[in-house]
Design a protein around this ligand. Sequence first.
Ligand SMILES: *Cc1c(COP(=O)(O)O)cnc(C)c1O
Length: 395
Amino acid sequence: MAMTNGKTLVTMIAAGNREIQDFLDADQRETPYLVIDLKVAERQFRRLTDAFRETQIFYAVKANPQPMLIRRLARLGSSFDVASPAEIDLCLSEGADASRLSYGNTIKKASDIKYAYQRGVRMFVFDSEAELHKLAENAPGSAVFCRLLAGSAGAQWPLSRKFGCSPDMAVRLLEQARDLGLKPIGVSFHVGSQQLDPTRWEPSVSQAARVFRELADKGIHLTLLNCGGGFPTGYQVPVAPIEAYAEAINSAVERHFGPYRPSLAIEPGRFVAADTGVLRAQVVLVSQKSYDDDHRWVYLDIGRFGGLAETEGEAIQYRLVTARDGEPTGPVVLAGPTCDSVDILYEKAPYRLPLDLKPGDYVDILGTGAYTTTYSSVGFNGFAPLATFCIGENA
Ligand SMILES: *Cc1c(COP(=O)(O)O)cnc(C)c1O
């Protein structure tokens, strides 16, 4: 067992995962690093397939593009939501078939569309007329779906405004897609990441149904409703179970589409990847700002630039575990190690850590399997990008 200042690490098992805890205890690797357990990804994927019957699942690769994770999901029959040539190459080389890739980024260079098409990708998203022309020219005959604007109320990491168009525009553009020789197949939307309210899908499902009906009147029969991602993980407090999301989406589809039920797709990222990972960091410094202010500042060897970008606005509040848990605690401001003043993780959120916390102590950050390694800078201030170790390959 690893020792920290003479104390054995007998803490709460990280994310309830014995194997990850064993890995963390086994060796004193240089921090910070992320450990992900592929078995957890498999469990999460199976929870999705159980909850969402007859729904095609496109794992959103950007959440965590670890090759072994992609390989595991490909073996389980996952499809993939990709956003760039590099993500396409990754999925293909890890065993996914091109027919299972959806180019889900609404902002693509013509040369990237052409590359995707050459590699066999035949499903693309768009939300503008200019993008449609690029697709018609560089991916002729491909299946295309239009992304609708969606509100992000209830989401802890909103995605609104930047993506999607109005339903009226979607109707016109999908008609135009047909005229340009593309195959208009449906619509998509994304209600914001870490969406805590299962009822937030309904307004978009309702809009989508309207788009389907208006196009049916013009002789265009859409078949695909892509409900995006957003399914949350319980960082500090439990969230509604995935079944509640499936139930809310399915009943919204039933209500608004009636007997004309479309094929369903979802694009989960965080739900699959977040719980796979624990990030081990180390305390670099504990200090205070004046002799009469005993508010502690705790500086870790990871911060906003090392992979914890989702602490922006303190949006995602991770659970922290230390070897001194159970001892008396006090409030802290948590910050990263770089020479940039935005590199503060939590200042308003009421984080408390043991009063005895010292430089060299480990701090384990739970639920960090999604949106961490990909957000890590290439070496701001000379700090190395966040390393990943995978376990559970053969289980
Ligand atoms: C990022 C992204 C997702 C995944 O979102 P989560 O909230 O992680 O589930 C799904 N679809 C698209 C188009 C995305 O950009």
